[in-house]
Design a protein around this ligand. Structure first.
Ligand code: F6P
Length: 471
């Protein structure tokens, strides 16, 4: 296998310095977890931001750098200004809401583009400095869309792949961006561009046509004498590992402690993000309790929200909105013995999450828009007992794979409430059949197969391109 240079905004570990103490934690999100295996196997490097270490004294900083080097992580340090403009401003203030169709969250003003461009240049410089002939470069996600083009200029024969972990929006939405040309040209520097679903790929191709006048030939684009390949690669998880953990006697015992006799558990697990559909999910539970008095006191939504992007303005107000709704619904429907919404705002470790997945009767994954949503797949992989019902938004990439989930429109609160009732009353035989089908899909299409299929397509494509340019 060729040496792999993984490039992502965030390293899979995040370093935090609190009261002079260094804490190294696992980064949240599917990208960090998903790329762990390919990184370990290829013996290559992973380049990205390690968190703010600027306040560390020199000896501690040197020790940290040595620890990162052992893990083959190459840190790219961002200044406070870069974090605020490149990461919080352009990546998460502009691209994130726009790519998720939440246009009202996109701020007015153009000040952060320049920082996005400069940080992408810094990433490309760092990759070029570590690149050796024969390496495969795999750039990840919307924060780094200019990197393939910048690298192509620096190393014309480099083998470059890019994978987008979020949706690629309809061309009508994408072309709103004043920087649409630069972003598309940046992406076209890659040999292979990967998306979670075929519809994201089609949106990208139609953006190329509308914005650059370039027509794709199904899954190929010719530009500047090169061929760029487009592919749909639905990302998976490390399903076998999670299944083993979730089926262990310890996790089973922990799951038992979460259950209460005569009470059903609905479960939501999300980063605290306005794309995840949490307020509407809460309203759907409220609607269910309104319509079905017999369920009051017998159903509880356990909602875990993991802190995320806490310095981005849109995320700050969002937290209090969620808290207010939880308070209102609990105020109306709590009894002396139970609360309908059990909300927790913090990170949980893998074992605790597996126990929650095992304890749930119904898993609610109802984002307004989501590139894939790996939580849905984690729930399925955890259900070694072939039980539990998955309620899944039709606007998550995972919906195009997980046909045996109960699909919902998360904007239709009454519809979600009705589906919840259906999930809670589904006969055991149907639950079992659906879960077995879901498990087969999730276990067969795991993250290892995903990475392998992306990387072998990249090798094939770059060989074909170099053959053509030699010929
Ligand atoms: O999957 C989308 C994504 O933005 C990843 O790029 C990222 O690692 C994850 O979500 C978590 O987001 P952040 O790095 O902004 O905390």
């Amino acid at each position: 296998m060729a040496r792999l240079l993984l490039v992502s905004n965030r390293l899979p570990v995040t370093v935090k310095v609190e009261h002079g103490e260094v804490h190294v934690t696992r980064s949240a999100g599917g990208l960090a977890t998903g790329m762990k295996g390919p990184h370990e196997r290829s013996g290559g490097l992973w380049l990205g931001y390690p968190g703010d270490v600027s306040r560390l004294p020199p000896e501690q900083r040197a020790a940290l750098e040595a620890r990162l080097e052992d893990l083959r992580y190459v840190p790219l340090h961002l200044s406070t200004g870069e974090v605020s403009r490149f990461y919080e401003g352009f990546s998460n203030g502009v691209l994130w809401p726009l790519f998720h169709y939440l246009l009202d969250q996109v701020p007015i003003g153009e000040r952060d583009w320049e920082s996005y461009r400069r940080v992408n240049e810094r990433f490309a410089d760092l990759v070029a400095a570590h690149h050796r002939e024969g390496d495969l470069i795999w750039v990840h996600d919307y924060q780094l869309m200019l990197v393939p083009g910048l690298l192509r200029k620096k190393i014309p024969n480099a083998r470059i792949g890019f994978f987008l972990h979020i949706p690629f929006p309809s061309a009508e939405v994408f072309r709103i961006l004043p920087w649409r040309t630069q972003l598309l040209e940046g992406l076209l520097g890659a040999d292979l561009l990967g998306f979670h679903t075929l519809s994201y790929l089609r949106h990208f191709a139609s953006s190329l046509l509308h914005v650059l006048g370039i027509e794709a030939n199904v899954d190929r684009v010719f530009t500047e004498g090169r061929e760029v390949r487009l592919g749909a690669f639905p990302m998976g998880i490390d399903a076998a590992a999670l299944s083993t953990l979730a089926g262990s006697p310890e996790v089973d015992a922990e799951a038992q402690t979460f259950r209460q006799p005569g009470q059903r558990i609905l479960l939501g697990i999300d980063r605290l993000d306005y794309t995840k559909g949490i307020p509407r999910r809460l309203l759907a539970v409220e609607r269910l309790l309104e319509r079905e008095p017999s369920l009051r006191g017998k159903v509880r939504l356990v909602q875990v929200t993991v802190p995320s992007r806490t310095n981005v303005e849109a995320y700050q107000g969002f937290r209090s909105r969620v808290d207010e709704l939880v308070g209102r619904i609990n105020g109306a429907y709590a009894t002396v013995h139970s609360v309908p919404i059990h909300s927790m705002y913090r990170s949980f470790n893998e074992r605790q999450l597996a126990a929650l997945y095992r304890a749930a009767d119904v898993m609610l994954v109802t984002p307004l828009r989501d590139g894939m949503n790996l939580v849905a797949k984690e729930f399925v992989a955890s259900r070694t007992d072939d039980d539990g019902v998955l309620v899944l938004s039709e606007f998550a990439g995972a919906a195009s794979e997980l046909a045996d989930a109960l699909l919902v429109n998360p904007y239709d609160i009454g519809g979600v409430a009705a589906t919840l009732k259906r999930a809670l009353t589904m006969p055991q035989g149907e639950r079992r059949q659906r879960m077995q089908n879901l498990r087969q899909r999730v276990l067969e299409n795991d993250v290892h197969g995903w990475a392998q299929s992306f990387l072998s397509t990249l090798e094939e494509q770059s060989e074909a391109s170099s053959g053509r340019s030699l010929g």
